[in-house]
Design a binder for this molecule. Structure first.
Ligand SMILES: *Cc1c(COP(=O)(O)O)cnc(C)c1O
Length: 395
């Protein structure tokens, strides 16, 4: 059996997205900035995509800026808030300890440039509260940036409440919604969101394309200088095929959010229940306030990397932490932030399900994981020390 269970890292493109792109690769190739009809045909497509994407978020077309993906959108959102804040000498940013590195590394960079950053701690489930945000806001706060749904543990934050707190305090609120867009209903007005990042390849669109939503009246800082594309805020000839693929993929995903959640949630919970039968294991992330696709566990006494390789042999593509974290020896900052100690955090497994997952496949995932965990524990010196009482179990 072959199961791709790494949809939080990237998704396969949908037929809808591919079909929407082909005409703009094979036929309508114009540059939207050109005045002739070949270019104007591309410009019309661009407008159409912008309008449709805006509609999916409850936004206006003018509030949508195309970027190269989630990372660029996150960078641009932070630089925008810092630039606006600088006019009034506001240099304080509030974020959380469990953000994506596109946020955390940009915050670190801002610290080097004179900003102060508060990294809010999260609770054992990965949640941060609106009260924590309210208590952290200062007169010099220029930005609150808190992710919608976590890419590793799937926890979904109380975005509406956090947005309301920011609105009341008149502080810009950005959310990295890369894991949420197309998977959770989003209305930027109802949720009081001023800026939002999304990325097409996380909802069956193409890679290398994303959006930064910025509420009317929020003047974006420019990362890429050049032509007047995207109202001068993001230069470079627009990637029309990718933009068309993203619009089609987002519309399709948004139309199916409820149906997908209804299908995936019981399968996710079946998988969680099955993996919880493994002794000395623990679920990471909130049991209910989590993405319908996300399952993340720690298994004591093993290494996540070995687990991944053996699962791959069994046809299962999974992840340990995020794609950016694996490949480095540091355990995931997200797992550490929810209180897992180093040794335990190293034995983590993330299974992120696709919409086409079946009950039979879920049962295979459970059986394969049980097998591999038992096999690895059988040859793990750490496990031997744990079972002989030389070391104490944590989980
Ligand atoms: C994937 C991801 C990103 C980065 O998006 P890219 O389009 O790959 O740059 C940012 N934030 C989160 C939460 C993500 O999951």
């Amino acid at each position: 059996m072959k199961i791709y269970a790494d949809n939080a890292a990237t998704t396969a493109m949908s037929k809808t997205a591919i079909d929407a792109m082909i005409p703009y690769m094979a036929g309508t190739f114009g540059n939207p900035s050109s005045l002739h009809s070949v270019g104007q045909e591309a410009a019309e497509a661009l407008n159409d995509a912008r309008t449709r994407i805006a509609a999916c978020l409850g936004a206006k077309p003018r509030e949508i800026t195309f970027t190269s993906g989630g990372s660029e959108a996150d960078n641009q959102a932070i630089l925008t808030a810092v630039k606006i804040g600088a006019r009034k000498n506001k240099k304080h940013i509030i974020t959380t300890a469990i953000e994506h590195h596109a946020i955390l590394h940009t915050c670190k960079k801002m610290e080097k440039q004179g900003c102060e950053v508060t990294y809010l701690p999260v609770d054992k489930d990965g949640l941060v509260t609106a009260e924590q945000v309210a208590a952290a806001i200062r007169p010099d706060t220029c930005l609150v940036t808190i992710m919608f749904a976590n890419n590793e543990i799937g926890t979904i934050d109380t975005i509406a409440e956090i947005g309301a707190v920011c609105q009341q305090a008149n502080v810009l609120f950005h959310t990295d919604a890369v894991q949420a867009a197309g998977h959770v209903a989003i209305d930027v007005n109802a949720l009081n969101i001023d800026m939002l990042s999304l990325s097409a390849h996380k909802f069956h669109g193409p890679k290398g394309i994303g959006v930064l939503y910025a509420r009317r009246g929020v003047p974006l800082a420019t990362l890429i200088e050049g032509g007047a594309q995207e109202r001068g805020k993001r230069a470079g000839t627009e990637n029309i095929p990718a933009i068309m693929g993203m619009a089609a993929a987002l519309e399709e995903a948004c139309a199916q959010i409820d149906a997908t959640a209804a299908k995936l949630t019981p399968l996710r919970d079946r998988l969680i229940a099955g993996l919880a039968e493994i002794p000395h294991s623990i679920l990471n992330g909130h049991a209910e306030k989590r993405l319908p696709s996300n399952v993340n566990f720690c298994f004591e006494g093993i290494e996540g990397e070995s687990l991944l390789l053996l699962l791959d042999d069994k046809g299962v593509a999974a992840s340990s932490g995020s794609a950016c974290t694996s490949g480095s020896l540091d355990p995931s900052h997200v797992l550490l932030a929810i209180g897992r100690i180093h040794d335990v955090a190293h034995g983590s497994l993330r299974l992120s399900l696709g919409e086409d997952i079946t009950e039979e496949q879920v049962d295979y995932l459970i059986a394969a994981t049980k097998d591999v965990v038992a096999y690895l524990r059988g040859m793990s010196p750490v496990w031997r020390d744990l079972t002989t009482g030389k070391r104490e179990f944590i989980l």
